[in-house]
Every structure is written in structure tokens, then in C-alpha cells.
Design a protein around this ligand. Structure first.
Ligand code: ADP
Ligand code: MG
Length: 614
């Protein structure tokens, strides 16, 4: 067959395949255009999750008739005036969004440029359907630009089939709006879906990011997060990261922006994961709202058609900067546990109409779809997919304590103030079920999971010793022989050197056996095979890295803790206080190695709420 050039409409439809995936991609492109046009108000209207109808109306600069005509053409942009692709200051620059959208749907753009002599009394309107343009006509219009998109993918039925359910499309659209609204807390965003207002930010948001975060992520996030602000010569990293006990089931609650552009970049997501991995349970994800501002010359925004990924010129440096910033922030905020745990405890205690409804203390895991039918104007955000990791403390009969399971201590009022100053976890006053410590400061009550805390402390100490190479090990008087499958055995043998750094010395023995000659001093009396098998699983799962080494240490400390004296044992007051002081002195101990909190805090106010005094 003879080769010929593709028809321009076909070219646009092919391009649309890359840029326009689903309704949310249209929204993203249109919001970028409005923000580039310096709009301060962005009003969205959707029907059927944007599948049949979506509009974005802005109060930005608007276009002249001539610009309007060019705007829907491919490779036509007003945003690279100097032909330099590496100094991009705007969100758009590829000049293909409107062309792509209008090649696969029915688009109507109405615009008016205030100050344009041709548009003193009216604006202009252009309709394009499936890439076929009509003539521009004058129409009455106030200011800015209104883009209406109907019947997305009607012109490419194959793509139409890939659209998901209304609620799923809507939820992706809302995610985009949320991200843009966080990136631009000064702008007013609103969304109306099937005639219901789902999202409506303050018009003049003078409080900036914090108020916007409150609206989008909810107050619990604001109260459970740590502020980050770092400025160096060529980068600024700022925003808020959640404390580790406040986590999500997916990485979708990571709002990351590069030069105010929302991105879902692998490098940055990995950095987040690594920074938190020490603090979070497996399969849980950190929550953050983080802004990275770099010189536009140092980042390539053009590696992904929808610009969701970016390429940093100094990627490795940036990654380690982010990891260390977050890691340090988490460490410094050691004894801070997220507020939703206190609310959960308060809720668990509170009398409620149908008791036993345990799910009601998990306010955040509202079932999907999140937005369908929800009325959201003015009310603060709800947090999909967040589940509490704390078991509610319920007063059921079997839990009533008998006097001898409670070690009591009278608190001399005069002693508290100076205890307080130095000791955030206060003074131990009792132990429950040989597992939990109760302590108090002047205005706060703590319930501490003694085992979880002890395990975490052990881990921190082990890690410290490991990295300072002071981990002591013990030669076994009688070397232990362990049976393994030949594959497992060879795999462990291939990691002999790594294991040696932990003080584990193994040798090959027979066809399918291993001889263990030396173990870390802590494990002298523990069964070795399960420990080695666990380590083996980790070694199988990933290459040697700091992350892996830390995970191995985690396993070791958890095993070691079961042998420790603090595991399920009655402690006296001085032992309890000693544990509290250790928690305070060990950064990162507000959650245990499985990411569960090590303690719950209830303020006097919370307690007053329980008794309906407040
Ligand atoms: P790009 O944004 O990459 O330039 P688009 O196809 O999205 O490409 O838009 C083409 C051009 O149309 C833009 O460069 C801009 O000049 C104009 N334009 C699009 N949307 C708007 C808007 N909402 N307000 C003003 N001008 C707009
Ligand atoms: Mg654009």
C-alpha cells in the first residue's frame, strides 16, 4: 500500500489518545489553561462524571477572535514566546490540548478579552465537533473563557468503551480539582455535578494553604501533620506531611507539586516511601501535601504527554534531600501521635444509639464512591481509604479490672509540674492487663502499649548499633544445624556477607543444610530457623539496600522483643517510668514497628467530652 500523510483530524485523534485519557484529563487541561490565563475563579459543571458533559468557566484574560481560531489548532500555543522548551513558566506549552479534545468530542468555546477593541460589547464563540470547525460567531459574554465539552469520545467509539462508571470518573475528576485547588490556594474553585455542589472553596482565601488543606483533606490531617520548610540555593521544599500513625491504604493521598504542577512522579513517590518506611506498617501509605519549587531550567516537564511525570536534572540529590527532610521531621516529632486516635478513643467510649456498631469509629473509610451524591459545599473534606489502626477501648464487662491487675500510684500534686517540663509522657500511675501503662501530665492522659513501645525502642537501639558497627555477636558453643530446601540454602549462602554484618555467620553443611556459627548477642536463646527464614523472604523480595537492611533489623527486633522482659509482664512504677523515659528519648517511637501507635493521648478536654462536661 502506498504511504500517505495522515489526515489532520486523524493526527489530532491519535494525539488525543495520549493527552486525553478520560474526563479527568480534559479537566486537567482546561484548568491549566484557565490558570495560565490568570483566572481567579474556576467554575466546573459536570454531568455523568464528565462523560457526557463538562464545562470550565474562568474569569481570566480571554482570547481575541483570531486567537480563538488558532487555539483549537494543533501545535498552536501562546506559551513559548522565545522558542525555549527548557524555560517553561506556564502550565501548558504543547499547544495540543484544545485540538485533541475537540477532535474527539463536541467543544464550544466562548471567550471575551476585556480591552480588545473588537470585543467591546460582546465575545466570540467557536464550535468544533469531531475536529470539524464551524465559523466563529459573536455572542453576548461577560469576561474570561467558557469551554464546554460534550460527548467525550463520541468520535472515537473504541475509546468510549474504556470510560468507567460515573462514580469512578467523578472521583478521578474530583482528585484533579483537589490537587489544583491545593496548588493554588488563592484561587476559587467550585464543582457542580448533576446539579449538586460538591466542592466550593472560599472565594477570597486569605489564610492560604492551611485553610485550603483544612477544606480538602479535613481538619484531622491539619492537626496530624508536621510542617516542612526547606530553602536552599536551587530548591525549596515545603508543605505538610502526616505523622506516621495517620496513613492511607493507597498512595493517592500524596499531593505532590513541582513548581505548582500536580505530579505523580515515581522518583518522588519512592522518596516518600523510603522516608516513611521505618515508621509505617506494610501496605500503608504516607499522606502529604508537598511543594517542590525548582528553577524551571533544572526540571524537564516534557517527558510525559499529560505532564504527570517530570525529570529532574539533579534527581539523586533531590531524592536524598526529600528523604532526609522528611525522615528528620518525623524523628523530631517523635512523641506526636495523630489526633484522630484520640477522637477514636473518645468515640469508642461515648454512648451511642446502636451500640456495637464498630464501623462507626472508622469515620474515614467511607465506601466508594466518595463523591457521588455527596453535598460538599462548605463542609470540610472527608478522607477516603483511611482506616484507624487503633482498637477502640471499650468497657465491656470482661474488661473490668480486678484490683490486683492494677498497680496503683498516688500522685502527689506537687510533683507533677517539674516532671512535666522534662517528660512529655508524664508520670506513670498504673498498669492495665500487664500490657498497658497509664500515665498523666497536668492536662493529658496517656495509654501506652508497653509491648509495642518496647519493641520499637529495641529496634531503634539495634539500628543505632548496626549502623555504628557496634552490634555485638556471640559465637555459639555448639553450632546449630538447620535444614532448608537447597534453593533457600543457596540463597542464604549467597548473602553470607550481608548476614555477617548482622553478626550472623553461616556456612554450608551437607547438601541441604546450613551451619550457624555465630548470632547477634540478642538471639542467643532464640530459635534461629524462623529468623533466618524471615530474613530469607526479605532477601528474596528485594536487592540489598538501606531499606532492606532496616527491614531485616525490624524483624530481628520484633523477634528479640518476644524474649524481652517487657513482653506481657507486670511492671512496677519505676520500671514503667523508665520505659516512658526511653520512649521520649528514642526518636520515632510514637508508633511501633508495625506502624501501630505506641501510645494514645487523651487531653483533659477529651475526657470532659466523655462525661459530657464540655
Ligand atoms: P497550550 O495550553 O499548550 O498552549 P492548548 O491547546 O491548551 O495549548 O491551548 C491553546 C492556546 O489557547 C493557549 O496557548 C492559549 O493562548 C489559548 N487558551 C486556551 N484556553 C484558554 C483560556 N481559558 N483563557 C485564555 N486563553 C486560552
Ligand atoms: Mg493547555
Amino acid at each position: 500500500m502506498a504511504i500517505r500523510f495522515l489526515d489532520p483530524i486523524l493526527i489530532n485523534q491519535i494525539a488525543a489518545g495520549e493527552v486525553i485519557e478520560r474526563p479527568f484529563s480534559v479537566i486537567k487541561e482546561l484548568l491549566e489553561n484557565s490558570i495560565d490565563a490568570k483566572a481567579t475563579e474556576l467554575i466546573l459543571t459536570l454531568r455523568e462524571g464528565g462523560k457526557t458533559y463538562l464545562t470550565v468557566k474562568d474569569n481570566g484574560a480571554g482570547m481575541t477572535a483570531n486567537d480563538l481560531n488558532l487555539a483549537v489548532e494543533r501545535h498552536a500555543t501562546s506559551k513559548i514566546p522565545d522558542n525555549n522548551l527548557f524555560n517553561i513558566q506556564s502550565f501548558g506549552f504543547r499547544g495540543e490540548a484544545l485540538a485533541a479534545i475537540s477532535s474527539v468530542s463536541r467543544v464550544c468555546v466562548t471567550t471575551r478579552q476585556i480591552g480588545d477593541p473588537g470585543q467591546v460589547t460582546h465575545g466570540y464563540q467557536l464550535k468544533v465537533a469531531g475536529g470539524i470547525k464551524e465559523d466563529i460567531v459573536p455572542v453576548p459574554f461577560n469576561k474570561g473563557t467558557l469551554v464546554e465539552v460534550q460527548d467525550l469520545f463520541f468520535a472515537t467509539p473504541a475509546r468510549l468503551k474504556f470510560l468507567k462508571s460515573t462514580s469512578s470518573e467523578l472521583s478521578s475528576c474530583m482528585d484533579v480539582v483537589e490537587r489544583f485547588s491545593l496548588a493554588h490556594p488563592g484561587l476559587h474553585f467550585s464543582v457542580i455535578h448533576n446539579d449538586k455542589t460538591l466542592f466550593n472553596t472560599a472565594k477570597n482565601n486569605l489564610e492560604g494553604l492551611e485553610a485550603r488543606l483544612n477544606y480538602v483533606l479535613g481538619e484531622d490531617f491539619s492537626k496530624s501533620s508536621i510542617k516542612i520548610d526547606h530553602i536552599s540555593e536551587d530548591v525549596r521544599v515545603h508543605g505538610y506531611i502526616a505523622v506516621p500513625t495517620y496513613h492511607a491504604s493507597q498512595s493517592t493521598k500524596q499531593y505532590i507539586f513541582v513548581n505548582q504542577r500536580p505530579v505523580k512522579d515515581k522518583l518522588l513517590q519512592t522518596a516518600m516511601r523510603v522516608a516513611y518506611q521505618d515508621f509505617l506498617p506494610k501496605d500503608r501509605h504516607p499522606v502529604c501535601c508537598l511543594f517542590i519549587d525548582v528553577d524551571p531550567m533544572l526540571v524537564d516537564m516534557n517527558v510525559h504527554p499529560a505532564k504527570a511525570e517530570v525529570r529532574f536534572i539533579q534527581a539523586a540529590g533531590l531524592r536524598s534531600l526529600i528523604i532526609s527532610l522528611i525522615h528528620n521531621a518525623l524523628k523530631e516529632n517523635g512523641p506526636k501521635t495523630s489526633v484522630h486516635l484520640a477522637s477514636a478513643a473518645v468515640e469508642a467510649f461515648s454512648p451511642r444509639p446502636q451500640d456495637g456498631a464498630r464501623s462507626s469509629i472508622i469515620p474515614f473509610s467511607s465506601p466508594f464512591p466518595k463523591y457521588e451524591g455527596a453535598q460538599r459545599g462548605g463542609e470540610r473534606g472527608s478522607f477516603g481509604n483511611l482506616a484507624l489502626q487503633v482498637e477502640p477501648i471499650r468497657c465491656s464487662e470482661q474488661h473490668y479490672t480486678t484490683p490486683n491487675s492494677l498497680v496503683e500510684q498516688k500522685i502527689e500534686p506537687g510533683r507533677l509540674p517539674d516532671v512535666l517540663e522534662h517528660y512529655p509522657l508524664g508520670n506513670a500511675c498504673a498498669q492495665l492487663f500487664e500490657s498497658y501503662i497509664i500515665s498523666q501530665t497536668n492536662d493529658t492522659f496517656f495509654l501506652i502499649d508497653q509491648h509495642a513501645a518496647a519493641e520499637r525502642i529495641l529496634y531503634e537501639q539495634l539500628k543505632e548499633k548496626y549502623f555504628s558497627k557496634t552490634l555485638s555477636s556471640q559465637s555459639l558453643l555448639i553450632p546449630e544445624i538447620i535444614d532448608l530446601s537447597p534453593i533457600d540454602r543457596d540463597l542464604l549462602l549467597s548473602h553470607q556477607e550481608t548476614l555477617q554484618t548482622f553478626g550472623v555467620i553461616i556456612e554450608s553443611f551437607g547438601v541441604s543444610q546450613l551451619m550457624v556459627r555465630q548470632v547477634p548477642a540478642l538471639f542467643e536463646h532464640l530459635p534461629l530457623k524462623p529468623i533466618l527464614l524471615d530474613m530469607l523472604e526479605d532477601l528474596k523480595a528485594e536487592d540489598i539496600s538501606t531499606a532492606l537492611l532496616e527491614r531485616l533489623l525490624l524483624r530481628l527486633s520484633s523477634k528479640a522483643c518476644h524474649g524481652s522482659v517487657r513482653f506481657g509482664r507486670k511492671l512496677d512504677i519505676s520500671e514503667m517510668n523508665a520505659l516512658l523515659r526511653e520512649i521520649e528519648n528514642n526518636p520515632g517511637t510514637s508508633q511501633c514497628n508495625h506502624g501501630r501507635p505506641t501510645f494514645i493521648k487523651l487531653s483533659k478536654k477529651d475526657i470532659e467530652k466523655l462525661f459530657e462536661r464540655a
